[in-house]
Design a protein around this ligand. Structure first.
Ligand code: BES
Ligand code: MN
Ligand code: ZN
Length: 509
């Protein structure tokens, strides 16, 4: 972890390798104007030449050795003042942090002079501390994420990493609120980072057993309960759908159940269910070879579920939350299910498996049935379920399909706040009809010509959700990225942890 701290200190004299200043899309004012004159108008000149105009994520780097306490400064753009919200600050902080790191600096400080920063939305919950301080730390820590556990370190040229981030508060009175914001962001980022780590491990490390152990050790550290159902337990519960998928693999499946009780004992929990396919070969309906390595991320929903429970517990949210992760590989072994096979799920519904590559919905079916025993106030599942969602929404938003428009609205608001956006797709009756089988209750791929693969995937899940308010989030496009974003480096994003924590925070009180 990167060391973080808050100091009330003179920005001009603060000693650090690299000082970051934010600038909206206007000519230098306030503190920036002061710095501009120290630099003989270098910043004004950059504005004039359109080298730097304060556009979002634009940067201006300059050595200030001898002129200021810092060795160099990076001014990073926030865009138009009226558009500056927490998301713009997160992005700019991520951009600046990465830029400082690539210049091989190790210590950095952020200054957020209130006159230069615009007015981001007020914190809904003052317990979260200063929203801008939190947004800066989130952007920086998440932007600086690396997964190099499998790399040998070159002793002569070690990887250059930011080791320390200081936030400079405008004055003593602000330090407490800033510190609170930094602490909360730190806990949240730790959970997102743990989630990303789980995602990045290759499937020969991150087996269902590994996921179950990770959940157990997280639960021990955060004083939440963790129960692992083994294959024989799943057999007792008649989870034929999940067990059907697991049949093709030598790795034993695990069914992970995490319970965090931050609310009143009798309050019904929010239940989060995450797809935990630790590798998806497609099974007998084998996937093509190109890009198959990405299917190690097919447990993203499960990792996000574990990460969300971690964050909820470490932030001591006053809500009850349950996390459920059905974990298995999808392999084409000798005992694997074959197209045409019929499975019986734990609620007795029979499923004709027409494509073994539509395995996510098969394992979620039994997990959603299990979730009903908690009588959830909200049932949310996250799954890298369909490639089709990438056709619909690219990598910019998850698809939300469900039975409760209020729940979708709340989640969607949290999506806008956190930058982890979602977009609703309609669950028309026609799509539900398309999942009815000729010879069983359901079939795991919809009838030909229906289209809307993401919605028919969700429609298949609906019969397993009871009458509970339910929403399915298809995160196949957002769980990982091959084009990095300001605070999401290439690879696993951890999409969903920050979204769900914001949603859960809003449920408190
Ligand atoms: N894990 C995949 C979905 C996926 C595809 C995630 C691409 C990320 C990128 C899922 O299990 C799957 O294979 N879905 C099939 C469903 C189809 C057979 C109905 C798909 O999307 O092709
Ligand atoms: Mn698949
Ligand atoms: Zn899959």
């Amino acid at each position: 972890m990167i060391k973080t701290s808050v100091k009330a200190y003179d920005v001009l004299k603060h000693k650090t390798d690299c000082l970051i200043l934010f600038s909206p899309e206007n000519k230098p004012a306030g503190l920036l104007k002061q710095i501009d004159s120290l630099l003989n108008g270098a910043l004004t000149a950059a504005f004039k030449a359109k080298r730097f105009e304060g556009k979002l994520n634009q940067t201006f780097q300059q050595s200030v050795r001898g002129l200021m306490g810092a060795d160099s400064i990076i001014v990073v753009g926030l865009g138009k003042s009226k558009d500056i919200k927490e998301e713009q600050i997160r992005q700019a902080a991520g951009t600046a942090a990465k830029s400082a790191e690539s210049s091989r600096y190790q210590k950095m400080a952020f200054s957020l002079d209130s006159r230069d920063a615009g007015k981001p939305g007020k914190a809904k919950n003052s317990k979260s501390g200063h929203p801008v301080a939190g947004a800066i730390m989130e952007g920086a820590q998440l932007g600086l994420y690396h997964f190099d556990q499998y790399k040998s370190i070159d002793q002569d040229d070690p990887l250059s990493r930011i080791k320390e981030i200081t936030l400079l508060a405008p004055g003593k009175p602000q330090v407490r609120a800033y510190q609170k914001g930094v602490d909360q962001a730190g806990k949240l980022c730790e959970a997102v980072i743990a989630t990303r780590d789980l995602m990045h491990h290759p499937s020969n490390t991150a087996t269902p057993t590994f996921l179950a152990k990770a959940a157990q050790s997280m639960a021990r550290q955060h004083k939440i309960t963790c129960k692992i159902l083994e294959k024989k337990d799943m057999q007792k519960l008649k989870m034929g759908s999940l067990l059907g998928v697991a049949k093709g693999s030598h790795e034993p499946p695990k069914f992970i159940v995490l319970e965090y009780k931050g609310g009143k004992a009798k309050d019904p929990p929010v239940v989060i269910v995450g797809k935990g396919v630790t590798f998806d070969t497609g099974g007998i309906s084998l996937k093509p070879g190109a890009g198959m390595d990405e299917m190690k991320f097919d447990m993203s929903g499960g990792a996000v579920t574990i990460g969300t429970l971690q964050a909820a517990a470490s932030l001591k949210l006053k809500v009850n939350v349950v996390g459920i992760v059905p974990a298995t590989e999808n392999m084409p072994g000798g005992s694997a299910i074959k197209p045409g096979d019929i499975l019986t799920a734990s609620n007795g519904k029979t499923i004709e498996v027409l494509n073994t590559d539509a395995e996510g919905r098969l394992i979620l079916a039994d997990a959603l049935v299990y979730a009903q025993r908690y009588k959830p106030r909200a049932l949310i599942d996250l799954a890298t379920l369909t490639g089709a969602v990438i056709m619909a929404l690219g990598h910019q938003a998850a698809a939300a399909v469900g039975t409760d428009s209020k729940l979708i609205k709340k989640l969607s608001e949290s999506g806008d706040t956190t930058g982890e956006r979602l977009w609703e797709l309609p669950l028309y009756e026609e799509f539900e009809k398309a999942t009815k089988s000729d010879i069983a209750d359901l079939k795991n791929i919809a009838s030909k010509g229906v289209g809307a693969g993401t919605i028919t995937g969700a429609a298949f899940l609906k019969p397993f959700t009871g009458d509970y308010p339910w929403v399915h989030l298809d995160i196949a496009g957002t769980a990982w990225t091959s084009n990095e974003k300001p605070y999401v480096p290439k690879g696993g994003s951890g999409y969903g942890v920050r979204l769900l924590i914001d949603y859960l925070k809003n449920l408190q009180s």
